[in-house]
Design a protein around this ligand. Structure first.
Ligand SMILES: Nc1ncnc2c1ncn2[C@@H]1O[C@H](COP(=O)(O)OP(=O)(O)O)[C@@H](O)[C@H]1O
Ligand SMILES: [Mg+2]
Length: 346
């Protein structure tokens, strides 16, 4: 520790949230990277052409020679090589202090479902960007820290993290994850529901990104919202006539389109409550449920889960950044938090 403090100026410390949809990096307490988790690759040479937003712009517009890859899928690392390119590419975006720093320390947040092999791959990726000290943290733990909960207390808290690929429901107490459930229904699934609905009901084909815009603008978990958003105009080509047309989509339609997926999340929450040990259940009864991840921004979702569970539901402040902020807190407490994973422990 003494040495580390003495050479502080030569240190660089990064907290990374490696999400299925977005990867965020905190440096010196500030979010310096917030990019989609996607990599564009040259099929012939295997070379990485772009990462993050630049790669996203190529998505759905690629040709034979270029493909886009999402390294994380359904809460696991689907493509190790791409995951490493993503981490390296995004770290390279940060203003380089490289010629000055001697010691790079990283805490990386990983989905709690990943295997030992996948953990090792993440450690290897960190080695390849010259990290000298690397720790991993499980996502629900990072989320809880980011929400501002005291995870070391003997009090149970339930976190529902709705990301791109998965919804993770975890109960945390005494610095540990007591129960953890993961389902493959989250933001991406809502987009698929919306694409199918628009095709079925309006005869228009839309892409993933348009579906995402519909969800952000008029997405809703409830038919009746207190402050309903204005309808959202979608342009497309009629599949029957071939003529371009515009349709206005209302939040009620989206609520209908995604209803089954939202119901699956509700079921998973009920299931998680069922398997929670009784002492912790009584804590959760008092403290309620915490919603985080981008999916927590879906209008009416908090109310719908509150109605279903009859428990208070809190939406994390800035749910898209809670996990990386929590990872940033872990970065400052690596000496203290027993739940961090280092290379020796796997
Ligand atoms: N306003 C919004 N309403 C509903 N969903 C949203 C909103 N903003 C972002 N999302 C969704 O949140 C998901 C990304 O959340 P995030 O927590 O970054 O995921 P991950 O941790 O898997 O990378 C995406 O599916 C995105 O469409
Ligand atoms: Mg996440």
């Amino acid at each position: 520790m003494g040495v580390t403090n003495f050479f502080n100026i030569f240190n660089q410390e990064l907290a990374i949230d490696l999400g299925t949809a977005n990867t965020l990096i905190i440096q010196d307490g500030k979010i310096v990277v917030d990019e989609p988790s996607i990599v564009a690759i040259n099929r012939k040479s295997g070379e990485t052409i772009a990462v993050g937003t630049k790669a996203m712009q190529m998505h759905e517009k690629t040709h034979e020679d270029i493909k886009t890859v999402r390294p994380l899928k359904d809460g696991v690392i689907a493509d190790f090589q791409a995951a490493e390119s993503l981490i390296a590419g995004l770290i390279n975006m940060i203003e380089r202090k490289r010629k000055f720093f001697t010691h790079l320390k990283i805490v990386i947040c990983i989905p709690s479902g990943i295997t030992e092999v996948e953990k090792r791959a993440v450690f290897d990726s960190a080695d390849h960007v010259d990290s000298k000290e690397t720790y991993l943290i499980h996502e629900p733990m990072a989320a809880a820290l980011g929400i501002g909960l005291d995870v070391e207390e003997p009090v149970g808290n339930m976190i529902i993290d709705i990301g791109g690929g998965t919804t993770e429901i975890a109960v945390i107490a005494l610095s540990g994850i007591v129960c953890d459930q993961s389902i493959r229904i989250a933001g991406n699934e809502f987009n698929v529901d919306i694409m199918n609905y628009i095709k079925r009901e309006h005869n228009i084909l839309i892409g993933e990104r348009t579906a995402e815009q519909i969800k952000i603008n008029v997405g809703s978990a409830l038919q009746n919202l207190e402050n309903p958003p204005p309808d959202y105009a979608v342009n497309g080509r009629d599949l029957m006539t071939g003529i371009p047309k515009q349709v206005k989509i209302s939040h009620k339609e989206v609520a209908h389109a995604i209803d089954k997926s939202v119901a699956k999340i509700e079921e998973a929450v009920l299931k998680a409550l069922e398997v929670t040990p009784p002492e912790l259940s009584s804590d959760i009864y008092k403290t309620g449920l915490y919603l985080t991840g981008g999916g927590a921004l879906l209008k009416g979702l908090d109310k719908r889960i509150a109605q279903k569970t009859k428990l208070p539901v809190h939406v994390a402040e800035d749910p898209l950044t809670a996990v990386v902020r929590g990872t940033g807190i872990a970065l400052k407490n690596t000496h203290k938090f027993s739940f961090l994973i280092d290379r020796k422990s796997i």
